[in-house]
Design a protein around this ligand. Sequence first.
Ligand code: LMR
Length: 399
Amino acid sequence: MGAAMFDNLTALPPDAIIAMMQQAKLDTRAHKIDLGVGVYKDGSGAVPIMRAVKTAEDIILGEEMSKSYVGTTGRVEFRRLMLDMILGDQFDAPRIASSQAAGGSGALRLGAELIKSAAPDATVWVSDPTWANHIPLIGSAGLLMDKYPYYNRDTLGVEFDAMLEHLDRHAKPGDVVLLHGCCHNPTGADFSEDQWDRLVPFLVERKLTPFVDLAYFGLGRGLGEDAYGLRLVFERAPEALVAASCSKNFGLYKERVGLIAVLCRDEATARIAQTQFGAIQRKLISMPPDHGAQVVERILGSGELKRIWLDELTEMRGRMRNLRVLLSEALDVQGGAHIARAVADQNGMFSTLPVSPAQAEALRNDHAIYITNSGRINIAGANASNIPNLASALLDVLS
Ligand code: LMR
């Protein structure tokens, strides 16, 4: 018998975040603190289903009469409601093409494939650091990728001037710049409104197309605040993309709900881009999953459910903000003033602390505290009672 086809495969290392998620689950130490994967946790450490989601699901379960296909770009009403929510009411709808996607990741991939069809030689610039999956996800569409400086691991803030200088020197007209709309993953360090005000005209002038990854909308400072940069981009740039996720803000992680939208120069181009989205999705996965999008459509389309959802989102955001303040105070008291300030200033679930891979390993092994080797923490994994231990373990490994 000849060699079997799959004998040629080589074993690959597991994705670091997903592997750590499994490792933390198996750790039985009672004082364990899991600050790993980006899911929102409540005070008891559970990843809850939101009340608005449960209610919408109950209604759907009672009313749904068919599981027939919806279409390659998903639900029209879901897309309209999502665009309304993230872009506000000022956007130029006829110039926008969009598609429902299998989560924020699916949205990023649809966007990457669209760019590849339109401008195969474009380089996509990502922040250094960025979400670990951005490069494989976008790069495997066949696009060139490169990095711009973003996070300064000494100041724990955004290196804005270095970023502009780097793009000015190295990016060519027609390239794409991936930006995190809010709650930068992995650092939590966002652009200020002043920086967005400088960045958008810079990109327009250099003919660089902004691609906004909006994975944590509503979990930073508030809906309006978190959309500031995205709305400015869609107002000022002739062309732009946004990939929005409903994983975190609706807690619909495993249902895979997201939206990709592209702003085109004119309506005719948007109509063409719309056909492209349909064709791209068809060749990749044929059609996006429906259930989660149906839930989001129900919630955003009903005054009452939307109000409940917004209250829950406000509570989630408030809990994380409060944990940031507590951790910041504990670090400050214990002598970590510099990190304390950054933790308090940063947004959303994540902060990247100046922790080396060896120190991250020591946190996991010696303290049962799970953070990625890059030094990223998910603040939602902590709670008021374990914050003092967290602060002292951090300072212990850093000393
Ligand atoms: C994260 O960054 O932890 C999340 O976006 C989950 C993931 O898929 O990596």
